[in-house]
Design a protein around this ligand. Sequence first.
Ligand code: PHE
Length: 474
Amino acid sequence: MSTEREHFSSRLGFILAAAGSAVGIGNLVGFPVNAAKNGGGAFLLMYALFVFLICLPVMIAEMAVGRKTEKEPVGAYKALSGGSKAWGAAGFLGVLTPFMIAVFYMVLTVWIFGYIALTLAGDLDYLASSNGFGEFINSPYLFVAMIAVAAIINFILVAGVKEGIERASKILMPTLFIMLFAMVIFVLTLDNAIAGVKFFIIPDITKLTPAVINGALSQAFFSLSLGMGILITYGSYIDSKTDIVGSAKLVALTDTAVAFTAGLMILPAVFSFNPNVNPAELSDSSVSLIFTFLPKIFLALQTSIGYIGASAVALFFFTLVFFAAITSLVSILEVPVSYLVTEKKHSRKKALSILMMTAGVLTVFATLSFGMVSFFTEFTFYAGGVRSFFDIIYDVFYDTILPLNGFLLCMFVSYRWKKHNLSDELAIGNKNYKGSWVEKYINFSLGTFIPVIVFGIFINTVAQKFFAYSIFGF
Ligand code: PHE
């Protein structure tokens, strides 16, 4: 190796960085709505089981592959397969996927930044108005916001793993935890808050349909940042003293705890706004919840705390989501950065400028997909109807390739790299690992039912999304 690979300075630094990646818009908005609409406590329980029984082994395997090879996905797959071209291609998918998902996530982050700016400018009433969001996503000012967000990301990433990613996570994550708790406490003091908590927690098993179960697993997979090469890359920056299994458990626990806590923030707010709300109709997507529904809730607070007070609460909330989004974006962009640095031998600075240009152009296209330019808005057509450029990135990379990457990783680790090598790697930093039931569970599950399940999700999604055909009846 030409240069010594940079490492996180401590186990805590690594855990905060990985948790920073995992905690994102999905936790703060997607999860609470999903849980409330789809069975409350029953959903929560099922979600927790998925996190620990299905996702955690995948997370551990990704980290182990990263630490063993000290490389990002392309280099890692090549190194452990003796240079196999086919596995190299799987690794390449592991770099392309985060690159494309970063584009889609960047669009959302830029919107959040725009909401922060407009709230600061005193325009909460505009954001809460019926055509506020529709106008906002077609505003040319978005490109200014995009440059600002790109500059922040660049600022963090160019400083490297320790001084950039780790430092930012050490500041932003604790701040985020405190802000989230403060928001929960505030929201719980509102009228009817308890009705929201009840709705979130009381189980309703009848809602657990196959489609909901599938959705919960996809949500858990995405939420833990799996299948995107992120944990392989972050794993390549941990030293050999670190206990991977224990660290991964903490990351999964933090991510799930934040998602759960976010439910205690979102649902009481929704119910205090309208005690008769029927959450089944709450909102179809986290996008409409965060960008159209929540601003209305914040604005309604003006009757009790005035317009400035209401704007301050909105500002607080959007800043919280922004912090979560930034640490996720940083992690996802670090994968192609690391690829360009390790495999293509560019400097970090050069790698970042290549990425900012390429991902930047695609982000502009994706931003134009909401009506600004009809070529991108009506980009193509398949089973689901007319799809925009943004939709395609979402459908292909987030919905489809993500589980495929998960499947490939399980197969790679179990049948190419081999389980005894995984065990050897995981035993470093954890003396009790060998012979433990955790080892047995990880080795068994990664080679059997986990790949079967994620492959099933992949096939079902392809059939449904692109051919409007439902294999498993949902
Ligand atoms: N885990 C993030 C979330 O829940 C998803 C994500 C991670 C997205 C990393 C992009 C990059 O929102």
